[in-house]
Design a protein around this ligand. Structure first.
Ligand code: SF4
Length: 494
């Protein structure tokens, strides 16, 4: 398995040139999903026209800083990860490759030579250089509206209109939340820019919602992209067209989506990322709005009727989903066996709210994780034993088995890191827990219980009925609440 090479600089990252994101309903854009979006104003449009998507001053300044190895706070998520000693998603490895494609890096030039030459040419605050205005697009993402029929427990009003409606009714809507709309003039400029700057380079075109399949703008955008990409011959290796979906849109919308699949295949390879991390009634609780029979039906339909579509599973690991993880993975293994397809698992987990993060789980929740790791390792070994993995083969079945075995192994490795962290947590069963870390843990479990009970009461649902393994946390959170209250009383009486 390939290891990422050690980074050579403190701040350089190819995503600042290669990963533009257009917020279609928000007159905004960003480079890299971990940075804040920047508004596109009327005066920006007047000043830059269609080039606003790569030349806006904010992006030029951030690129210049990177060339000089200076960190800007816009990338704080990476700096905080790196400062804690862990590898961040910052990507320096493909910097020269990507910028060679647009002529900014010379054919034989290495990173050190390139940086020396670039710093010489960017002295004295130079900000109009082509190096700072170019886009070397690799991933292009379009963020659609928040229209979505789901209220996943770890989501919020910014990504789900259903959450927005319920939070508004409960008077809990975030103060910064605004309903948003499209800007036809800006969209026209965007497609002009795509044709001139992204079409011939992009490797992945992604759509994010809300639920893209249920959003009208998604279909309009697909048609525009089809026109743009069909003006030139299909590439030998077609770019990916990737959507992230809950697979439960209204039936007529799903039909409409399936009709778009062959139309787009003239120029793209479809990747459908299915958001799911549990099954049946558990999924219907965690990803509230799930209609499990419908999700299953649509998933089987994709796997059965559209063999050219790559289905990828996107589990958002969270505390509630951990107890049933082995059953969820067994379900995926059955799908793999039934359809012979490769099913990749994307590594993703809840970080906020902290109470829902898998890392906030009591240590006994590591047991199903350990079971999952053992299962994945065993399945990988059955498909492609480690000892034979590197032996050359042209056999299609062997190669496909190896690919799936790699998916199982890499997810097992990821789960192992999560399990190790959870094993350091206190137990929910401890008779009389003590210590600072346990107090913090109790506080998180108490927040979890309060939050879920608030929505349960409104919806007539029950977290403990849906996820019985929460019972111990609920008990200890209740006890914890009493002891915290009595502790506060004692303090006040002193
Ligand atoms: S340094 Fe991190 S946040 Fe900044 S562009 Fe790169 S990946 Fe994104």
């Amino acid at each position: 398995m390939s290891q990422k090479a050690a980074l050579q600089t403190q701040a350089l990252c190819v995503f600042r040139w290669s990963y533009p994101i257009f917020y279609m309903f928000d007159r905004a854009m960003a480079y890299c999903c971990r940075t804040e979006s920047q508004p596109i104003t009327d005066s920006d449009i007047q000043q830059y026209g269609a080039k606003v998507f790569s030349e806006k001053m904010f992006f030029r300044e951030r690129r210049r800083e990177m060339i000089f190895d200076q960190r800007h706070k816009d990338c704080h998520s990476c700096w905080s990860i790196e400062d804690s000693g862990v590898k961040s998603p910052r990507l320096e490895d493909f910097f020269t490759t990507q910028l060679r494609k647009v002529g900014e890096v010379r054919p034989q030039e290495n990173l050190t030579e390139f940086l020396r030459r670039s710093r010489d040419r960017l002295v004295s605050g130079q900000i109009d250089d082509s190096l700072l205005t170019t886009a070397a697009v690799d991933i292009l993402e379009i963020v659609l509206s928040n229209a979505c029929g789901f209220k996943c427990v770890y989501c919020n009003e910014f990504y789900s209109s259903s959450w927005a409606a319920e939070k508004r009714a409960a008077q809990r809507l975030h103060a910064n939340y605004r309903d948003k709309s499209r800007d036809p003039q800006l969209e026209a400029l965007f497609y002009e820019w795509v044709e001139a700057n992204a079409r011939d380079l992009v490797k992945r075109l992604g759509y994010i919602g809300g639920e893209p399949i249920a959003i009208e703008a998604f279909y309009e955008s697909l048609e525009r992209m089809r026109e743009i990409f069909e003006k030139v011959p299909a590439r030998a290796r077609k770019p990916e067209l990737c959507i992230t979906t809950n697979l439960c849109p209204p039936d007529q919308q799903f039909e409409r989506f399936t009709q778009m699949i062959p139309k787009m295949e003239t120029r793209f390879r479809w990747v459908v990322q299915v958001s799911m991390e549990s099954l049946g009634p558990r999924a219907e609780y965690i990803r509230y709005g799930t209609n499990w029979p419908k999700l299953e039906r649509n998933l089987h339909r994709l796997l059965r009727d559209f063999p050219n579509v790559e289905v990828v599973i996107l589990p958002t690991l969270n505390l509630l989903a951990l107890p049933s993880l082995p059953e969820f993975l067994s379900y995926l293994r059955d799908l793999h066996r039934q359809y012979g397809c490769s099913l990749e698992l994307v590594q993703n987990m809840v970080t906020l709210p902290r109470a829902l993060s898998p890392l906030s789980a009591p240590k006994e929740f590591a047991v199903p994780l350990r079971r999952s790791i053992a299962m994945l390792t065993e399945w990988a070994e059955e498909l492609a034993p480690v000892a034979q993995f590197d032996q050359p083969s042209e056999n299609e079945v062997v190669l496909r088995s190896r690919m799936q075995a790699s998916h199982w192994r890499s997810y097992a490795k990821y789960l192992d890191g999560v399990a190790q962290r959870i094993e350091m947590n206190p137990s929910a069963n401890a008779a009389s827990p003590t210590g600072n870390s346990h107090d913090q843990q109790l506080q998180l479990w108490r927040e979890l219980r309060q939050e879920l009970e608030f929505w349960d009461l409104r919806r007539g649902t029950s977290a403990v009925k849906a996820i019985p393994e929460l019972a111990e946390i609920w008990r200890v959170a209740q006890d914890g609440r009493r002891s915290m209250e009595s502790g506060a009383d004692k303090g006040a009486n002193r």
